[in-house]
Design a protein around this ligand. Structure first.
Ligand code: AMP
Ligand code: MN
Ligand code: MN
Ligand code: MN
Length: 286
């Protein structure tokens, strides 16, 4: 088992635990090196660092940036970033500015389908209104009895083609990679196995083009062992890592005890050929 978990969320974005609770849970479950990677925000990192020091584990400063690439939404994780870097901070702020507007459009669209009052409800689940996202809508819609769980709300209402889905222009791939580089971080393509084209997985040709562009813009890593990948996908993305000379990352993508596929710190080992992303910062401090 790996004792690195380099992808998870706190209440600062769409997780359910505070940074302190999240770090405590990770430490309890045997994680030695944890990256907090909230969506489009770094506001939880200071609190997480304090908790990590108390528990004697290492915290890696991280972020997960929402990106629009062609017609797809993809996520880029920045690891070992300087959260105070002005270019990164301003870039993330620009993404957050768009979230409330999208939320209003989502609420209007759901209202037209007969589901009213969801924006106020969803906002109750967001610790920061700027970070309002689909998960907060889903939690409220479960509370209001529209579906039995968050997953069903996504499937019925919040994915492409459903009444609550509103397409949105996130950051450009090039900008996200520029901000991460400016902040001294390592850019990692998050959960490549999760990207879709309509209802189908993103095709191989498109994924190869994405990887080519990602690498040419300075991307350095790819998530191989992810809470949202199946074991055959670990092997598949280890092959892509080798082909594109990318470092391999691993993370649970934990959002909360009730909602996640995988808990913190429960990640199987990498396939043998993988070069772990932490060789990059561990050689720098060795
Ligand atoms: P947003 O950035 O507001 O569009 O929300 C994206 C977040 O929604 C992801 O980070 C996941 O936490 C969650 N999510 C996306 N798709 C699903 C799904 N099918 N089931 C459950 N959660 C999902
Ligand atoms: Mn999320
Ligand atoms: Mn993601
Ligand atoms: Mn995530």
């Amino acid at each position: 088992m790996l004792d690195y978990d380099l992808h998870c969320h706190s209440r600062v974005s769409d997780g359910t635990l505070t940074p302190t609770e999240l770090v405590a849970r990770a430490a309890e479950r045997g994680v030695k090196v944890l990256a907090l990677t909230d969506h489009d925000d770094v506001a939880g990192l200071a609190e997480a660092a304090q908790a990590a020091a108390q528990h004697g584990i290492q915290l890696i400063n991280g972020v997960e940036i929402s990106v629009s690439w062609r017609k797809h939404t993809v996520h880029i994780v920045g690891l070992h970033i300087d959260p105070a870097n002005p270019a990164l901070a301003e870039g993330l702020r620009s993404i957050r500015r768009g979230r409330m507007h999208r939320a209003e459009l989502m609420a209007e669209s759901l209202a037209r389908s007969g589901i009213g009052g969801v924006l106020d409800g969803a906002l109750r689940y967001a610790s920061n209104p700027e970070m309002i996202g689909r998960t907060h809508f889903a939690r409220y819609m479960v509370e209001a009895g529209h579906c039995k769980d968050v997953r069903s709300v996504f499937n019925r209402y919040l994915v492409k083609g459903k009444p609550g889905y509103v397409s949105h222009e996130w950051a450009a791939l090039e900008d996200a990679l520029t901000w991460i580089r400016a902040a001294g971080g390592i850019a990692v393509l998050a959960h490549p196995g999760r990207y879709t084209a309509g209802r189908k997985p993103m095709g191989r040709t498109t994924l190869l083009e994405l990887l080519q562009e990602f690498v040419s813009l300075g991307g350095k890593g790819i998530e191989v062992v992810s809470g949202s990948h199946t074991p055959p996908q670990f092997a598949e993305f280890a092959r892509y890592a080798k082909e594109f000379d990318l470092l391999c990352s691993c993370g649970s993508d934990f959002h909360g005890p009730e909602e996640s596929y995988r808990d913190l710190g429960r990640l199987p080992d990498f396939p043998l050929e993988c070069v772990p992303v932490w060789t990059e910062w561990e050689k720098a401090t060795a």
